[in-house]
Design a protein around this ligand. Structure first.
Ligand SMILES: [Mg+2]
Length: 119
């Protein structure tokens, strides 16, 4: 399964990518903001996205994906910071399947992905 990792921080993208590889996912595409992500959705089975990014933020990206007939059912996990915790309700309402608070560990990411893929 191809996973799209969206974050404006290349360090965070690397951390998420390395974690996914350890879990067993090695088909990973990276994007640095929402607009970049929208151009890379083809064939993607799951999206992991940051909230705060330049050009197009994660919430706008989620809304764009959910309003696109071709991609509206693609699972999305919002990877956000502790400070943005109160915004999670907004993200869920926008159609995010789940969220992960940074910093996160491998088990957390693995559990969230399994939960989504398991039903
Ligand atoms: Mg960011």
């Amino acid at each position: 399964m191809k996973i799209l990792v969206v974050d404006d921080s290349s360090t965070m993208r690397r951390i998420i990518k390395n974690t996914l590889v350890r879990i067993g996912y090695d088909d990973i595409v990276e994007a640095e903001h929402g607009v970049d992500a929208l151009s890379k959705l083809d064939g993607v089975g799951m999206v992991l996205t940051d909230w705060n990014m330049p050009v197009m933020d994660g919430l706008t990206l989620v809304n764009s994906i959910r309003s696109n007939d071709q991609y509206k059912t693609v699972p999305i996990i919002m990877v956000t910071t502790e400070a943005a915790k109160e915004e999670i309700v907004v993200a869920i309402k926008a159609g995010v399947n789940d969220y992960i608070i940074k910093p996160f560990n491998q088990n957390t990411l693995q559990e969230k992905i399994s939960k989504i893929l398991g039903g």
